[in-house]
Design a protein around this ligand. Structure first.
Ligand code: ZN
Length: 306
């Protein structure tokens, strides 16, 4: 299969999407019931509330201080704690999808792929956000989210490619690198004094909230995105999926218009899909073709037990 790239499109700079300009609601109660296990994982084991109130100089402030230091100094427990707080930021913006069968399916698929990754021991959790947009997010330590709007538009092979891309961001600590760059640029301090008033009931510190919102609306380093595409394709293939799942998603993104609000955030936080396809084509060549040609299975078919 070749990935013919026909259309060059400029990237939208708009960030109106899942997180930009959001008025944070409290974590939804029914979603908490529906996925109590997942949300329990978001509560640190050390204390009952386990939560820093905004402005509290406790754990979150330490985490932010740490981000100014070298990445090597962030050990795995701290990485997971940072991810837990960022996952709470994401969950504060959109509720979890109430379809438990769908949640179980995505979690199972994601966990299977993560087992083939370089860090299978992380506490991986995969969940679906009740949002019509086409988006996928990850946070350090193994938290991965996809939106309902994405699931409605991909088959299993494509979903596996997307999850593998997000898993690679986690295993290679791309979010930590991006957060560190922001923290070092003084963004946390800058944003602290601004309009941030979080309604999360103190689930995350105001600084972490500011950093998280900024991270998920502006995206990661572009080189890291290309690396996650390359290594994600390799990971999905290792997990037994057709290597052309992610390229197929990128073809779809390439034809999505930036003024379609469902795609705006994904398009604005990633390099242009055409560039991603060209980079992947150069990296893959025809070397993975022997693994392609597997029959496509839709998410709906899989949920019906096919
Ligand atoms: Zn990415």
């Amino acid at each position: 299969m070749t990935m013919t790239v026909l259309i060059s499109r400029s990237r939208s700079l708009l960030c109106a999407g899942l997180l930009a300009g959001l008025a944070l609601p409290a974590l939804p109660q029914d979603a908490g019931r529906a996925l109590s296990g997942f949300l329990r994982a978001l509560t640190p084991p050390s204390s009952g509330a386990g939560i820093d109130a905004p402005g509290n100089a406790g754990g979150s402030a330490d985490l932010l201080r740490m981000l100014s230091d070298s990445l090597e100094q962030i050990d795995e427990p701290k990485e997971i704690e940072i991810g837990r707080q960022l996952a709470a930021v994401l969950l504060g913006s959109k509720p979890l999808d109430p379809d438990m069968a769908l949640q179980r399916y995505v979690n199972r698929l994601g966990r299977w792929i993560s087992l083939q990754s370089s860090r299978p021991q992380l506490p991986w959790s995969f969940a679906v956000l009740d949002d019509a947009g086409f988006n996928a997010f990850a946070a350090p330590g193994g938290y991965v989210f996809v939106t309902r709007g994405l699931l409605d538009r991909v088959d299993e092979t494509e979903l596996a490619g997307i999850l593998a891309h997000e898993i690679t961001h986690v295993t290679d600590r791309h979010h930590l690198a991006a957060l560190r760059a922001k923290a070092r640029a003084g963004l946390a301090a800058q944003l602290l004094g601004s309009q941030l008033r979080n309604n999360l009931g103190g689930a995350v510190s105001a600084q972490m909230l500011a950093l998280g919102r900024n991270l998920y609306s502006s995206g990661l380093d572009q080189g890291d995105e290309f690396a996650a595409d390359r290594n994600g394709v390799a990971l999905a293939t290792r997990a037994g999926f057709d290597p052309y799942g992610l390229p197929s998603v990128l073809q779809q993104l390439r034809t999505a218009t930036a003024d379609n609000p469902l795609f705006t955030l994904t398009l604005s936080t990633h390099p242009p899909a055409q560039q991603r396809l060209e980079q992947l084509e150069a990296a893959m060549g025809s070397r993975l073709d022997a693994f392609s040609g597997k029959p496509a299975v839709s998410v709906a078919q899989r949920l019906r037990g096919r």
